[in-house]
Design a protein around this ligand. Structure first.
Ligand SMILES: [Zn+2]
Length: 220
């Protein structure tokens, strides 16, 4: 029984992907725009990730990281673009599921676990991405949210990986090399405590600003 269900799911996925399989020239065009978005993120002190969502050859959502600007760790490029897609559907009185089932997402970095789950739940069939996201990737790098058999969790999706990957990595490296202007100044208290055996222990106390800095450091 389980095997039959998997076969059916697999058949549906292939049918959709074949229908939506973009040409190399289309990938080039849309990814170029996604990279423009990533560059805009970099220029605005954000982790450089850019993304586009394309339906019937039309951009219906686009986004870049807005995590630092909004102080909201969930404002990844894909989430920003998804919100625009939902607005696009609302204004045109279209069913988001029907639209998303025929929408391709282009993004410069592999979607993280959170974004991959959102894409599954919205039935996006195909994701084209640049470099891998070794720390948070949800399309095979950390978890395989994109293709795992997850009952009642949307539809699995196909990925085309590695387009302009080196360039995407270089942008991330550039971001992490420069000082983040949005990060609050580190304020670490060091208290010296003398334990009974005479050794000196340095205790580092965490302040609330440390949590924020970790949020800012999260990728894509
Ligand atoms: Zn994400």
């Amino acid at each position: 029984m389980k095997k039959l269900m998997e076969m059916q799911a697999d058949g549906v996925e292939h049918e959709k992907s074949d229908f939506l399989q973009p040409l190399d020239s289309e990938i080039q065009t849309w990814m170029s725009k996604a990279f423009d978005m990533a560059l805009e993120a970099l220029e605005n002190g954000e982790v450089p990730v850019g993304c586009l969502m394309v339906y019937n050859n039309e951009i219906i959502g686009k986004g870049r990281n807005e995590v630092n600007e909004t102080k909201n760790a969930t404002r990844h490029a894909e989430m920003v673009a998804l919100d625009q897609v939902l607005d696009w559907c609302r204004f045109r009185d279209k069913d988001p599921k029907e639209v998303c089932e025929h929408t391709v997402l282009y993004v410069t970095v592999e979607p993280c676990i959170m974004c991959a789950a959102a894409l599954r739940l919205l039935h996006i069939p195909l994701v084209v991405y640049g470099c891998k996201n070794e720390r948070f990737g949800g399309c095979g790098s950390v978890l395989d949210v994109s293709s795992d058999h997850l009952p009642h969790t949307g539809t699995s999706f196909k990925c085309v990986a590695g387009y302009r990957a080196e360039e995407a990595v270089e942008m991330l490296k550039t971001f992490y090399k420069q000082e983040n202007p949005n990060a609050p100044k580190p304020k670490v208290r060091k208290d010296l405590i003398s334990p009974p055996d005479g050794a000196v222990v340095i205790q580092v106390k965490r302040g609330p600003q440390d949590e924020e800095r970790e949020t800012i450091a999260s990728l894509s």
